[in-house]
Design a protein around this ligand. Structure first.
Ligand code: NAD
Length: 256
């Protein structure tokens, strides 16, 4: 294998990544582009999408990136997203369900709205996008679906019943879907990040971040790139015999 082809693990692949304008989704977008994929990046904020597009174009990936505005919890918007996607590309090789939110609070005080919003954006979105992705992947007899869960979905966390339920739901969803699609060579896996430096964790405040960081065996928070490299592995031929799994990226925090 030449140096060039070894470095470009996703050459010619087409990917759709949700929550692409910040944090982990942005890192996955950059890494996939660097490895030769074409990417449709999805987000709710048109301004952020335009900024990301400029950034990517200035790095020389002009023909390879498109931004699509979409609220992934809305069936109508996801339907439109995939209609636009398939106007641009005939095939979809890789779907990354990364969009997610938190609305933390103790169960006794949690509003129905905060419960529904987290479940809809984090979990229902996977149902909506995968329904569109499955058929073309089945036709192509191959594909990768990578759903971003969390170690909170494995371990639980006080104040995050809604978030933990959505992230545990993603794991059950992905394991079931992997069994539905494995005969067509469509691999479905999850990544469960631990404590990663993004806007989501920054919102916790310095004190909480320091307390959490002390629990991490590797002694520091992860970077979005750490998660993006795991996504690259699961999207590439290097993981061709792996499906229905949860890849934990957490510096040793969750021991199961
Ligand atoms: P982030 O807030 O930077 O990214 C979340 C992205 O989702 C944003 O780009 C946001 O615009 C997008 N999004 C939110 N609602 C949306 C909607 N309705 N439709 C479309 N896009 C929407 O935070 P992040 O840390 O990069 O989070 C990315 C994923 O990683 C999330 O699913 C999160 O739950 C998961 N995760 C993060 C951590 C962490 O420590 N940061 C840990 C475990 C899991």
């Amino acid at each position: 294998m030449s140096g060039e082809s070894f470095q470009r693990l996703l050459a010619g692949k087409k990917a759709l990544i949700t929550g692409a304008t910040s944090g982990i989704g942005k890192a996955i977008t950059h890494v996939f582009l660097q490895h030769g994929a074409s990417v449709v990046g999805v987000g709710t904020n048109q301004e952020k999408g335009a900024k990301l597009t400029d950034e990517i174009y200035s790095m020389g990936h002009k023909e390879a990136f498109f931004f699509e505005q979409c609220d992934v919890s809305s069936k109508a918007e996801v339907d439109q997203l995939f209609a636009h996607y398939f106007e641009k590309f005939q095939t979809l090789d890789i779907l990354v369900n990364n969009a997610g939110i938190t609305r933390d609070g103790l169960l006794m005080r949690m509003s129905e709205e905060d419960w529904d919003k987290v479940i809809d954006i984090n979990l229902k979105s996977c149902f909506l996008t995968c329904q569109h992705a499955c058929r073309p992947m089945m036709k192509a007899k191959g594909g990768r679906i990578i759903n971003i869960s969390s170690i909170v979905g494995l371990a639980g966390n006080p104040g995050q019943t809604n978030y933990a339920a959505s992230k545990a739901g993603i794991i059950g969803f992905s394991k079931s879907l992997s069994r539905e699609l494995s005969s067509r060579n469509i691999l479905v896996n999850c990544i469960a990040p631990g404590f990663i430096e993004t806007g989501m964790t920054e919102a916790l405040g310095q004190e909480k971040i320091e307390i959490a960081t002390r629990q991490i065996p590797l002694g520091h928070m992860g970077s979005p790139l750490d998660v993006a490299h795991a996504a690259l592995f699961l999207a590439s031929e290097m993981s061709a015999y792996i499906t229905g799994q949860v890849l934990v990226v957490d510096g040793g925090l969750f021991t199961g």
